[in-house]
Design a protein around this ligand. Sequence first.
Ligand code: A3P
Length: 378
Amino acid sequence: MISLKFLYNNPLGKLFTNDKISKNSVVILAETDPDLDSDQQRAQYVRSIPKALLFKNLLLQGYLVNPKFLKKIDNFQIKSDDLWLATYPKSGTTWTEEIISLIYNNGDIDKVKDKLLATRVVHFEVGPPLGHSRWLKKLKSPRLLATHLPVTHIPSQLKQSKCKIIYVMRNPKDNAVSYYHHHRISTYLGNYRGPWNTFVDLFANGHLAHGDWFEHIKGYRQLSIQYPNRVLFISYEELKTDLPKMIELIANFVERKLSQEVIDRIAKHCSFDEMKTNNMVNREKIPIKDLFDMTESKFMRKGIIGDWKTHFSTQQSKQFDDKYNDKLNELGLTVCYDSEDAYHRMQTNGRIINKNFQSFDDNQNITDNSDSGYDISL
Ligand code: A3P
């Protein structure tokens, strides 16, 4: 079993992992950012992440993200039958990965039950220090790929190609809580030990690894409005409230016809309780022994809507409402912070996040898009 610390900090390991990063490149070591010390809170956070990188100003972890790979991202060949999953970290990536993997295997659990999820849905920008891009190229089609990169940083071909993209958003309060705990258990993120109050500010100010939460949502939301047949925009709260319905929606989107029996089987397999004990998805069995320290909490932590209520002060909650709700509304998104509200909205509207929406055309003029070919309300 490999050790992260051995790989990146031992002289022999460094031979494999160290890329020469010049100061004028699109990827620099974040600690060399000349502006770093202008914000002490951000600087302290950035320095807590081992070998943190800035990829065109986007903060990324330094372990398992190869600067050489990042520099060549724009040359990556997209295939028209690829399926991409894009998320801000902690929005339900793993969950949706397992769902799409099963949809592509027609719900045959025997086919996936002994294969690590990371080999079935492959993370685009995160991978072993050697051979990652070769591996991506050699994957059998249709490739299932996942990324946390914002639209501004994905291969430009991906925006125009025929391939499909699923984007999953989660309400920002639960997203921040989940990311906080994730930082605490993740060695590659420096096992954050600062206070919650600082973390929540870092989230709101867009300083965390993978950048600003709202900008992430906005970029993919605009893409989904521009290409409604190619980009499906869904939410964690929708998955949580009516999983069978959302599995059917995703399957229709990727043009796989599933029987009700298969849908129900996938839903059962992808319930939180089952995924929590499934070693192929819960990160308890991975080839790197010190990627996580799960003594304090697990990767599959709570899996609920509304855990933010145990972390946010009244003032922090109001700050998030003021900061995000109107801006999300402008993108035709309503955000849901509570499981009862989620249930009610799913019952009455069929979906939670989408309002009757307007879209941005190439010139950013607002146009009515309600007649687009794909029915977002199922
Ligand atoms: P919590 O930390 O709130 O529990 P990601 O895969 O993007 O890193 O997201 C992880 C979050 O999704 C964690 O949230 C995890 O528990 C939750 N999650 C994973 N599988 C889930 C499932 N089947 N049902 C509900 N939540 C799930």
